[in-house]
Write a protein that binds this ligand. Structure first.
Ligand SMILES: N[C@@H](CCC(=O)N[C@@H](CS)C(=O)NCC(=O)O)C(=O)O
Length: 229
């Protein structure tokens, strides 16, 4: 059994995509980041950076004490190694998957998050910041599109944790549509992942866990999320 500390955001979806694909048994512990659950001592004990997702695996491979993991990329890698799925076992396939996984963690995710922040959440619209992140995310979409012109998925022929990390960040903000007309290979890849039954099960959790998903943030939510130092 895996305990999943989760809130339905792009980084949260990464982990439910894998758990659903792999058919692993898990139970969700909602971490309402808009009401400050991420600062509770019991959560910080497993996720010291006060961010979800995190997991606790009660049946780790070594048979020892429960294993906790924070950081979505580390969780995807841990679960891929645990199940022997979604991470090729040949050295070249493995390194290609890790390249694209780290590319997502260090590039696509943070840049898309900043793009969303300055376009959607910032109380003042700062043209320089908006343009900077819009341009960078568009550039990253172009990088993906070129790669996906040559391969069905980011790491090659097979669906891997690199795709699961990237998918939730493509079109993560309803108000900021992706220019799929300019990136047809990205669209083909996105449509293929969206159609997977496991993806649909993972995203069905969004509204179940947070019935307010998609609504504007309240002052209290803004205070918890954007008032940290
Ligand atoms: N690098 C982290 C980022 C996780 C992250 O940013 N989580 C956000 C929601 S998507 C969060 O928990 N925010 C709460 C906070 O910042 O207090 C990962 O990939 O797991």
């Amino acid at each position: 059994m895996i305990d999943l500390y989760y809130w339905p955001t792009p980084n949260g979806h990464k982990v439910t995509l894998l758990l659903e694909e792999a058919g692993l048994e898990y139970r969700i512990h909602p971490v309402n980041i808009g009401s400050g659950d991420q600062f509770k001592p019991e959560f910080l004990a497993i996720s010291p950076n006060n961010k979800m997702p995190a997991i606790v695996d009660h049946a780790p491979a070594d048979g020892g004490a429960p294993q906790s993991v924070f950081e979505s990329g580390a969780i995807l890698l841990y679960l891929a190694e645990k199940t022997g799925r979604f991470l090729p076992s040949d050295p070249r396939g493995r390194v290609t998957t890790l390249e694209w996984l780290f590319w997502q963690m260090a590039g696509l995710g943070p840049m898309s998050g900043q793009m969303g922040h300055f376009n959607v959440y910032a109380p003042e619209k700062i043209p320089y910041a908006i343009e900077r992140y819009d341009n960078e995310v568009r550039r990253l979409h172009g990088v993906m599109d070129k790669r996906l012109a040559q391969h069905a998925f980011l790491a090659g022929d097979a669906y891997t944790i690199a795709d699961m990390a990237s998918y939730p960040w493509i079109g993560a903000y309803d108000k900021l549509p992706v220019d799929f007309a300019a990136f047809p290979n990205l669209k083909r890849w996105h449509d293929a992942i969206a159609a997977r039954p496991a993806t649909q099960r993972a995203y069905a959790l969004r509204q179940q866990v947070n019935p307010n998903a998609g609504k504007p943030l309240s002052d209290e939510e803004r205070k918890h999320l954007f008032g940290q130092r």
